[in-house]
Design a protein around this ligand. Structure first.
Ligand code: C2E
Ligand code: MG
Ligand code: MG
Ligand code: MG
Length: 286
């Protein structure tokens, strides 16, 4: 595709992919083959407990290793997957793969951790979603309490009554539920009192402005109030996209429970997670 308007049919993709819009129709067709061709992969971002400073979990994040474009972030294809319905098989592959990986780390003698998986609104809407999740838990043999399903606030808008029923049934399977990107959608506060979430993920939008140590700054006050509210509702708070020591210091002062972000680690492959979980030499001889 030529930027300057000169027809260039021999080359579907420009060399500078970051600046050029990817042909959505082409991607749509190719995404259909991505799963059967084994082009999808998961990366895992560590989640760290702020009190023990230990890695206590990971969030599984899907990537598409596109044959011509290289590794594509979910922002490039999740919407297409949702529009085409491909998010259903992709979502099931993601959950299955993440559960198997969690088991594999444990089988390798590593300390048990939880695995968070992003769940699409389209998955939540399936009438047999609870059976499907149960089927994956049974098939993989993962310990359900180590599995966390992340639901974005934006995906809850449609039918709150049905959401509530489905969420209760999912929880009855033993999995944990988290509200992802909290504070970026609508009516978030009423959802908190109505829906049974175990974990609140404080969105990057609240974490980003926490640069200075001032506890009286509005950004600190608002984030702190969310953390207090979540705690009052017996929820664990995970801060997203923590990039600086200043942000970390602020989050500690407001008693946030866990964090994930580039400050500790980017999303990485399974081997790198295994390396992070392996005890230090000094601990091994202790
Ligand atoms: P999310 O669930 O809120 O995931 C966190 C995103 O923040 C990830 O982007 C992660 O790489 C990024 N991130 C982590 N630490 C930092 C940081 O310190 N700074 C900044 N700026 N960003 C950070 P990613 O992997 O591109 O995923 C984007 C979104 O795509 C996710 O947002 C999630 O909503 C969606 N997604 C990812 N994997 C899946 C999946 O398997 N299924 C579904 N339905 N959605 C997925
Ligand atoms: Mg998430
Ligand atoms: Mg999020
Ligand atoms: Mg986010």
């Amino acid at each position: 595709r030529s930027k300057a308007g000169t027809p260039n049919t021999s080359c579907l993709y420009s060399a500078t992919m970051d600046e050029v819009e990817i042909e959505p129709l082409t991607l749509k067709t190719e995404l259909r083959h991505a799963l059967p061709r084994g082009e999808l992969l998961l990366q895992y971002q560590p989640q760290v407990d702020l009190r023990t400073e230990q890695v206590i979990g990971v969030e599984a994040l899907v990537r598409w290793n596109h044959p011509a474009l290289g590794i594509l972030a979910p922002g490039k294809f999740i919407t297409i997957a949702e529009e085409t319905g491909l998010i259903i098989p992709i979502g099931e592959w993601v959950l299955t793969t993440a559960c198997l990986q969690n088991k594999a780390w444990q089988a390798a003698g590593l300390r048990p951790i939880k695995t968070a998986v992003n769940f699409s609104a389209k998955q939540l809407e399936l009438t047999d979603i609870v059976d499907r999740v149960q089927g994956i838990l049974t098939k993989t043999g993962v310990e359900p309490s180590t599995v966390e399903l992340e639901i974005t606030e934006a995906s809850l808008i449609s039918n709150i009554g049905r959401c509530k029923t489905v969420m209760k049934e999912l929880r009855a399977l033993g999995v944990k539920l988290s509200i992802d990107d909290f504070g970026t959608g609508y009516s978030s506060l009423s959802y908190l009192s109505e829906l049974p979430f175990d974990i609140l993920k404080l969105d990057a939008a609240f974490v980003r402005p926490l640069q200075q140590a001032g506890s009286s700054l509005p950004c600190f006050v608002v984030a702190h109030a969310i953390v207090d509210l979540a705690h009052a509702l017996n929820m664990t708070v995970v801060a997203e996209a923590v990039e600086t020591q200043e942000q970390l210091a602020c989050l500690r002062r407001m008693d946030c429970d866990q964090m994930q972000g580039y400050l500790y680690s980017r999303p990485v492959g399974p081997d790198e997670i295994a390396r992070l979980l392996r005890p230090m030499v000094s601990e091994r001889f202790a």
